[in-house]
Design a protein around this ligand. Structure first.
Ligand SMILES: [Zn+2]
Ligand SMILES: [Zn+2]
Length: 400
């Protein structure tokens, strides 16, 4: 990672001067009081060091197909709601995030650049922006939107509230009607969360295991705790979900926290380099948040979030509430009795499914019929990699 960053900075230094003028052109300088109208072109000097192969029109990479059947009338959308671009400390442009998501078979993303930390495109960053652009914290969304519309990807307005101490740590604000009033309260995190909530934001606690050095945050080796400050945030209605998985980290206790407080679970990439650098192309281990939505629209995603209909999927593990994981299992896995004592299980989805029945553990690859022998006394299937509480796998009753 360090060598990437060094290469990136070296290339940036070479390209920095050339990049200044096209940025103004990208973001639209003349908008006479109206919001800037984003245009699809991005500065070519910046593009030259982005590594995403996905946005090249004639790329040989075909999009990853992730098949998940509808669940009780809901469409299951695939999303990633935490990612960074050059508008904070990521190393690709917003339109690259769109292209990467399409290649990875996602339906919906949110670009959540840091409000507090913008070393590249900003007033004081490597590439200086004029005041109207530097103070526009919707910029990454506005720049990505035309590309998302062109490629039929749903794009949710987002930003990361990034405090250097834990608590409160980092929160993503999604679906606010405007990120600028949130950013204007930057010196007071309570105000930021309050204003975000007032502007309709769905707020979730990012990487709860994160600890800033010397911050007095969560101690290594100690069980993660829901601190008094996080309890306060939750009680004030400023926390609607938590990441159970971020990047490469898993926080098992979040399963219980979400059950106890009816919060939505998330698995997000929090990606900073290009996806190619971090995961390769079409990486099956990419964290994905599944959204059980009434239809494939941004408004339906918002409704589903507040109704807590999310399921997290990463590293071949699936997390969710017992209700929605049971429904997802029934929609995805067919069970047929072949002869007394022999069941045939067929996973029709792309989800990883490992079941255990009466001592036998079987992996169910997509579209493969697997026959399992079990005595009539077996009443439950244990889905060992689908988790409904801290270290608690899903149990599905057998209707025999
Ligand atoms: Zn963060
Ligand atoms: Zn982040």
């Amino acid at each position: 990672m360090l060598s990437n960053r060094r290469d990136f900075l070296r290339n940036s230094a070479l390209l920095g001067v050339a990049a200044i003028s096209p940025v103004g052109a990208v973001l639209g300088k003349d908008f006479s009081g109206k919001p800037p109208k984003p245009v699809a072109t991005v500065p070519s000097p910046v593009d030259t060091y982005t590594v995403s192969t996905a946005h090249i029109g004639h790329s040989p990479v075909s999009p990853r197909q992730i098949v998940i059947p509808d669940v009780e009338g809901f469409k299951v959308l695939k999303g990633d709601f935490h990612m960074h671009t050059l508008f904070s400390d990521g190393s690709v442009m917003p339109k690259d995030r769109v292209a990467e998501a399409v290649t990875n078979g996602l339906d919906v993303i949110s670009i959540t650049d840091h409000i507090e930390y913008r070393p590249f495109f900003s007033k004081v960053g490597r590439w200086k922006l004029a005041d109207d652009q530097a103070n526009n914290f919707n910029l990454w969304y506005e720049v990505a939107l035309p590309e998302a519309e062109k490629r039929n990807l749903l794009l949710v307005r987002g930003a990361e509230i990034t405090k250097t101490t834990m608590p409160p740590g980092h929160f993503n604000a999604l679906f606010a009607d405007d990120n600028n009033p949130i950013a204007a309260a930057v010196d007071d995190w309570r105000e930021m969360l309050r204003i975000a909530a007032d502007h309709g934001a769905f707020l979730f606690w990012n990487h709860p295991g994160w600890e800033a050095p010397k911050s007095g945050g969560i101690e290594k080796g100690a069980p993660l705790r829901f601190t008094a400050i996080h309890e306060e945030i939750y009680k004030k209605g400023w926390m609607h979900g938590i990441e159970i998985f971020n990047g490469k980290q898993y926080y098992p206790v979040v399963s219980d926290w979400c059950n106890e407080r009816e919060l939505a679970l998330f698995a997000n990439s929090d990606i900073h380099p290009s996806e190619f650098d971090q995961y390769g192309v079409q990486n099956p281990l990419r964290p994905i948040t599944l959204v059980l939505a009434k239809e494939r629209s941004v408004e339906s995603v918002r409704e589903a979030f507040f109704a807590k209909r999310t399921i997290a999927w990463a590293a071949n593990i699936v997390w969710g509430s017992r209700t929605w994981l049971t429904a997802l299992f029934k929609a995805s896995v067919g069970i047929k009795t072949i002869t007394p004592g022999t069941l045939e299980l067929t996973n029709t989805s792309s989800l990883p499914v490992v079941v255990s029945m009466g001592g036998a553990t079987v992996e169910l690859p997509k579209e493969k019929h697997c026959q399992v022998f079990c005595s009539n006394s077996v009443r439950n299937i244990t889905v060992t990699n689908w988790i409904v509480g801290m270290n608690k796998p899903l149990e599905v009753p057998l209707n025999t």
